[in-house]
Structure formats: structure tokens, C-alpha cells
Write a protein that binds this ligand. Structure first.
Ligand SMILES: Nc1ncnc2c1ncn2[C@@H]1O[C@H](COP(=O)(O)OP(=O)(O)OP(=O)(O)O)[C@@H](O)[C@H]1O
Ligand SMILES: [Mg+2]
Length: 468
């Protein structure tokens, strides 16, 4: 397929076809307008290239235009066919419409009528391709898709399409693990900015004193250790999207700095005396109720209103339990692919058990559970017994003696087990303080958080009576 779509004229009278093609080319410079003089050549083009519109004569020497109506539609169902008939043969034109032609024109072709018809066809084509694109982005399988057919998910998808068409700041609210980041990704992918980057700022992970330089960049010599210019995340997201992930967790001074940028729409790298204008669409997520935080004086109201231009609520899993079977099956496929395991099935009673259970940690917890089921499934089918076991113990079952699993898998289990114990001990000692845990272990904070998410380890249970 080539890049530009085609408008194809099919007529055995080469002069006529040439004239019509020139008229079209002048009017529709965005398309490749070409002509062929036989039906076979037309079929050939339909097989090779994207052709939203075919204008075809009906009566031709060998095969006639009816063939295009029948076969052409099989090759490219979205092609619109417009039939050109000699003046007076209205009957065949009407018959062509019955056979599914989009419209007809009579010779000699009236320019205004022609352009009217072509405009309509092209508009229809754009709608069709746009719908196809939306469908692909919103509901196809793969890590970037949003799985779920419950009314709540359908509503969510609907709002995403609408929100993505605008350039406003969006606040994405939802409990932990509901899919907020995925939703942000979809908004970006559905928007006009999809060709540019979406840059994610993990707000709680950036220490307050570095936030400014991370977001806005700095120039060489701006502070000790700034030995070269550093591009900020805002600049990197220029023409694209900047996601402020978990905005509810930022400290008061950082809130103030952020508010200033949102108001001024420009950034000034730390240590520079020049401001830069950036064209960035902002998205923010939070799992906290910001309005409650405002009433307690923990979140700036003016910042909230800057962020909350449009709001998207991601519903918790308990409000869309009917999506659980779909999610489990999709995750099972994904997880087996990731781990190089053969495809696994799940027993229907195990599936109903999972669908009835509460998932406090929402989709993320479900995904982690599916990972564990896949790792510990001894055969090809996940049975209710295994699910009960994993669910009640929260522990991993001992492999039956004598069961040999592939080396890679066996090693992964041991490494995961070691990592889990290690991280739990680390958090116990630091009383759930992730920064401190990262420092002690020599891991990047972000890497530590990634491990915790993967193994479904939560810091709050070590935090005691005084949650941070
Ligand atoms: N509807 C869904 N369809 C498919 N995958 C989903 C869906 N919702 C969430 N996920 C997956 O679940 C995991 C958690 O989602 P995500 O990180 O977007 O949630 P979150 O709300 O940002 O969570 P947290 O509060 O923990 O940051 C991701 O792996 C994501 O791809
Ligand atoms: Mg998140």
C-alpha cells in the first residue's frame, strides 16, 4: 500500500478517463487521481492500493462495470463506487444503485455534480477510517487496550473518545489499580498529539527540590553538579502530552511551582534567563479524593481547578464485575506470552470464583493474581483448587516432589521469592518508607516501586499508625 489514497477512474475511452482524472486531480490534490481502461487493471489496483473511490463506466468491451461492483467490494469493502453512464441509460444507473453503487453520474459529466458526489464519498471514507482507527486503539487486544464490555467501561470509552478530541487538561480519578495510567495513554493515543511523545512524571518519586529542574530543565552551572544543560520533561513533551501521575501526593511547595507553570504556560529552565513556550497537553491522575484534601488544606484549590478542566472517573472493579472473565482471559494470554509459557486454560468454576471475589487492588491486583496462577499451574488448566490455595495462603505452593518445571521458570520462581522476602524485610526495617528503602538497597526508587507493583507488595502495611 502506498501512502496516499487513490481516486480511480475506469473507462475504456481513454480520452474521457484522462479528462475526468485531470479534473479530479486539480480539485483533490491530497489524493492520487489515476485512470485505467480495463476492469482487470482496476482489480489489480484495488488489490494493491487503498482506493476510497472508483468512478466506473458500466459498459466496457470485455468485462463490464458490474464486475467491479461485485468483486471490487470483496477486495475493498470500504471503497465507494460511482457509476458513470451514458446520457439516457438511467435504468442501468438505477440498477447499479440497487447493486450497491454509491451514486451515479451521467455523461457528459457536470463538474459541480461530480464534486458534490466525490466530496460526500471522501467524507464517508474519512469517517470510516477514523472509526476503524478508534476501534483499533480502544478495543483491540494488546497492552495498550482497555478491556471490558460492562456498561461502565463502555461509558468510559465513550468519554475518552470525546475528551481526546479536545486539548483540555484532564483529571483522571480512580482507586488504585483501576487503570488510570492506561486511560491516560489512550487519551494521548486517540488525540491529535499521538505522533509526539507522552511523557510521564511519577510525581511522588521526584524529590521536591529536584522537581523544578526535572520538569523545566536546567542550564549548565545552574547549581552544584549541573555540569551540562538538561532538557526538562515539559520540553520533551512539546507538541505531545505530559502526564502528572499521582498528583495527589505532591508536597505544598511543589504544588505552588506547578500552579505557576500551568498559569504562565511557559517554562524557564533553572538558571536560565529565557523562557520557553511549550505546547503541551496536560493530563493528571489521582487515587485520592482531592476535594477532601482541599477541605483539609492539603491540596491547593486553585491548582485543582487548573487540573480539573475535564474529569474522567475510572470505575473500580467491584462496579464492573462482569468484566472479570474478559480480563482474566486476556491477562492469561498476555502473561503466558510474556513468560514464554504454553497457553493455559482456566476452569469455569475457577473463573466464577475469581469473578465473585473482591479485588481491593482492582485490575492491578487481578493481573498479579493471574501471574501467580500461571506460574503455579502444574498442567494446562487452572483449577479451582489452585485458585483457592493461592487465594487463601497468599503464599506459593510447594511444587510436588518430583515435578520438574523448565529451568527458566524454576529460576524465576526462586528469584521472585527471594525478591519478595528481601523487599518485605527492607520495608519492615524502614517502616514502609520507600525512599529510605531505595537508599538502603541501592535500588532506584522507581525500580523498587516497579518490583513492589509486580509482586503486589504494598508499603502501607509497614507504616503503622502514622501513614505518610
Ligand atoms: N481495563 C483494562 N484492560 C486491560 N488492562 C488493564 C485495564 N485496567 C488496568 N489494566 C492493567 O492493569 C495494570 C494497572 O493499571 P494502571 O497502572 O493504569 O492503573 P493505575 O490506576 O494507574 O494504578 P495505580 O493506582 O496503582 O497507579 C496495568 O498493567 C494495566 O495495563
Ligand atoms: Mg498509576
Amino acid at each position: 500500500m502506498q501512502n496516499r489514497a487513490n481516486i480511480l477512474v475506469v473507462d475504456d475511452e481513454a480520452d474521457f478517463a484522462y479528462g475526468l482524472t485531470r479534473m479530479l486531480a486539480a480539485q483533490y490534490p491530497g489524493y492520487d487521481c489515476k485512470y485505467v481502461t480495463t476492469i482487470d487493471q482496476a482489480m489489480e489496483t484495488l488489490r494493491r492500493e487503498e482506493v476510497p473511490l472508483v468512478l466506473t463506466d458500466l459498459r466496457m468491451p470485455e468485462k463490464d462495470g458490474w464486475d467491479i461492483l461485485e468483486q471490487g467490494r470483496i477486495i475493498q469493502p470500504e471503497t465507494s463506487l460511482v457509476v458513470i453512464t451514458a446520457y439516457g441509460s438511467i435504468e442501468s444507473a438505477v440498477q447499479a444503485l440497487k447493486y450497491g453503487a454509491y451514486d451515479f453520474l451521467t455523461k457528459p459529466v457536470d463538474e459541480e455534480h461530480l464534486f458534490n458526489v466525490v466530496d460526500k464519498v471522501l467524507e464517508r471514507y474519512h469517517l470510516l477510517t477514523e472509526n476503524r482507527r478508534l476501534r483499533r486503539v480502544v478495543s483491540k487486544e494488546g497492552e495498550r487496550s482497555l478491556i471490558g464490555e460492562s456498561p461502565a467501561m463502555k461509558n468510559l470509552r465513550h468519554s475518552l473518545e470525546r475528551v481526546a478530541a479536545t486539548d483540555y487538561t484532564v483529571l483522571i480519578q480512580g482507586e488504585s489499580g483501576t487503570g488510570k495510567e492506561l486511560v491516560a495513554r489512550l487519551i494521548h493515543n486517540l488525540s491529535e498529539r499521538r505522533q509526539s511523545e507522552m511523557v510521564t512524571v511519577n510525581c511522588p518519586a521526584i524529590p521536591g527540590d529536584l522537581l523544578e529542574s526535572e520538569l523545566f530543565g536546567h542550564v549548565r552551572g545552574a547549581f552544584t553538579g549541573a555540569d551540562r544543560n538538561h532538557q526538562g520533561l515539559f520540553e520533551r513533551a512539546d507538541k505531545g502530552t505530559l502526564l502528572l501521575d499521582e498528583i495527589g501526593d505532591i508536597s505544598a511547595p511543589v504544588q505552588t511551582k506547578l500552579l505557576r507553570v500551568l498559569q504562565e504556560q511557559e517554562i524557564r529552565p533553572v538558571g536560565s534567563n529565557k523562557s520557553l513556550r511549550v505546547d503541551v497537553r496536560m493530563l493528571a491522575t489521582t487515587n485520592q479524593d482531592l476535594e477532601t484534601k482541599i477541605s483539609r488544606g492539603q491540596f491547593r484549590e486553585d491548582l485543582f481547578y487548573r487540573l480539573n478542566v475535564l474529569k474522567v472517573n475510572v470505575p473500580p472493579l467491584r462496579e464492573r464485575k462482569e468484566d472479570i472473565p474478559l480480563l482474566v482471559n486476556a491477562f492469561l494470554e498476555q502473561v503466558c506470552r510474556e513468560m514464554g509459557l504454553p497457553d493455559l486454560r482456566i476452569d469455569p468454576s475457577a473463573l466464577s470464583y475469581l469473578s465473585a471475589r473482591d479485588w481491593q487492588g482492582n485490575v492491578r491486583e487481578l493481573l498479579n493474581f493471574v501471574r501467580r496462577m500461571a506460574v503455579f499451574c502444574p498442567g494446562e488448566e487452572i483449577e479451582l483448587g489452585l485458585v483457592h490455595f493461592l487465594d487463601s495462603s497468599g503464599e506459593q505452593p510447594q511444587a510436588e516432589s518430583g515435578t520438574i518445571v523448565p529451568y527458566k521458570e524454576a529460576k524465576a520462581r526462586v528469584v521472585d521469592e527471594f525478591t519478595r522476602t528481601y523487599v518485605q524485610e527492607l520495608l519492615r526495617q524502614t517502616r514502609g518508607n520507600i525512599s529510605e528503602a531505595a537508599r538502603l538497597s541501592g535500588l532506584e526508587r522507581v525500580s523498587l516501586q516497579k518490583i513492589m507493583r509486580r509482586l503486589d507488595i504494598r508499603a502501607d502495611q509497614w507504616r503503622g499508625a502514622n501513614p505518610i
